[in-house]
Design a binder for this molecule. Structure first.
Ligand code: FNR
Length: 348
């Protein structure tokens, strides 16, 4: 069957994320964070518990999870089925791609439904635009029996898209949804990072779960610029804060009840650990896992997820931490660029 233009856009995201993968991963910003080794951890690996509590009634079994990617096309359905099977097998939480497409293209339904079918008891985050209505949010949550809702804030991406939104009045709607919905709401970027100003604004609008999703991995400026043949937005290709910069921004302000989630450019279990040291409560991975699935296949991603779990657990023991949240007391030093950023922003 002929796919809609919305489905075609989702397919372009998948193919362009693959196409630009090597280019955008030339910089590995977590190299700017070095952890201090303690030769006397004084614990056993059996003492490590990987569970993380993100909010009341929201506990995940592993600190890293499969971050929001796709849905809305036949290709997306196939990818979502495979990701959901692996999430089920490895007890990982998984976020869906944006369900906003369902309002424009009801055929898109099955490509999301499959995520719950393949993982009946798993933790699933539904994903929608921050401008979603309450009805749309409730429909998405009920379709997936979602355990949390992610609302993405993606002004930089929308501006580059020829068909993108131009109205970025989101905060009041976000606050409304947080207060009306009976599951936790996570507000997330899509790879441009967050400043302390953004995080403070979210906090004053009742948001307690914030995914800073920084620069350093999938680059939606590059992806949408490739799709936009009218205007060249090449000057925005390096827009935004990296994920380590965003985590330092978040760390510098009073947390209160807020929990920070990291994503953006996470390509190793050590990145997961470093994000935890910089204060992340959990870590989402999108492009890296997708790239393995698309280039090397299901079995390769299966093995990667197995290895990441083992390495994250053993690294926690190496650092003398019995849980992911204890990482925040591990000592670290920053590389020159990141230290300069932190000083100029008065973050340290
Ligand atoms: C994404 N991302 C994303 N985010 C979101 O909130 N809703 C979405 O629908 C999508 N769609 C999407 C498609 C594809 C193909 C990719 C690779 C990514 C963004 C994603 O969740 C994450 O925030 C960024 O990709 C940064 O993380 P990585 O990819 O560097 O690990």
């Amino acid at each position: 069957m002929m796919e809609s233009r919305h489905a075609q856009r989702k397919n372009e995201h998948l193919s362009l994320a693959a196409k630009y993968y090597d280019q955008v991963h030339q910089h590995h910003y977590f190299d700017q964070v070095r952890l201090i080794h303690d030769s006397l951890p004084e614990m056993t690996t059996d003492d490590v518990d990987l569970h993380v509590e993100l909010a009341d009634n929201l506990e995940i079994e592993n600190p890293f999870y499969i971050e929001a990617m796709t849905g809305g096309s036949d290709q997306a359905l196939k990818i979502n089925r495979q990701l959901a099977q692996l999430a089920h097998k490895h007890h990982l939480a998984m976020a869906t791609g944006s369900l906003s497409i369902i309002n424009k293209d009801p055929q898109a339904f099955s490509s999301f439904e499959v995520i719950r079918e393949e993982n009946p008891d798993g933790i699933i985050f539904a994903n929608l635009s921050a401008s979603a209505s309450l009805d749309q949010a409730q429909a998405a949550i009920s379709l997936l029996k979602a355990n949390a809702l992610e609302l993405h804030i993606n002004a930089a991406q929308e501006l580059i898209m020829p068909e993108g939104d131009r109205d970025f009045n989101w905060l009041d709607n976000i606050q409304f949804l947080v207060n009306e919905l009976d599951i936790p709401v996570i507000v997330k970027e899509v790879g441009f990072g967050m400043s302390k100003t953004t995080i403070a604004k979210l906090q004053t609008h009742d948001v307690h779960l914030i995914n800073v999703s920084g620069r350093g991995g999938t680059n939606f400026a590059a992806i949408e610029n490739r799709r936009n043949h009218n205007i060249n937005f090449a000057s925005l290709l390096n827009w935004g804060q990296t994920t380590p910069e965003s985590l330092l921004e978040a760390h510098s302000i009073r947390r209160g009840k807020t929990e920070i989630i990291a994503s953006g450019g996470i390509t190793s279990p050590l990145d997961v650990i470093k994000a935890g040291v910089l204060g992340a409560r959990a870590v989402g991975v999108a492009g890296y896992f997708l790239n393995i699935l698309q280039r090397e296949g299901y079995d390769a991603l299966d093995q990667t997820l197995e290895e990441w779990q083992v390495i994250v657990k053993r690294s926690l023991a190496l650092l003398g931490c019995t849980s992911f949240t204890e990482l925040s007391r591990v000592e670290y030093v920053l590389g020159t660029d990141l230290l300069s950023y932190a000083r100029q922003r008065h973050l340290r």
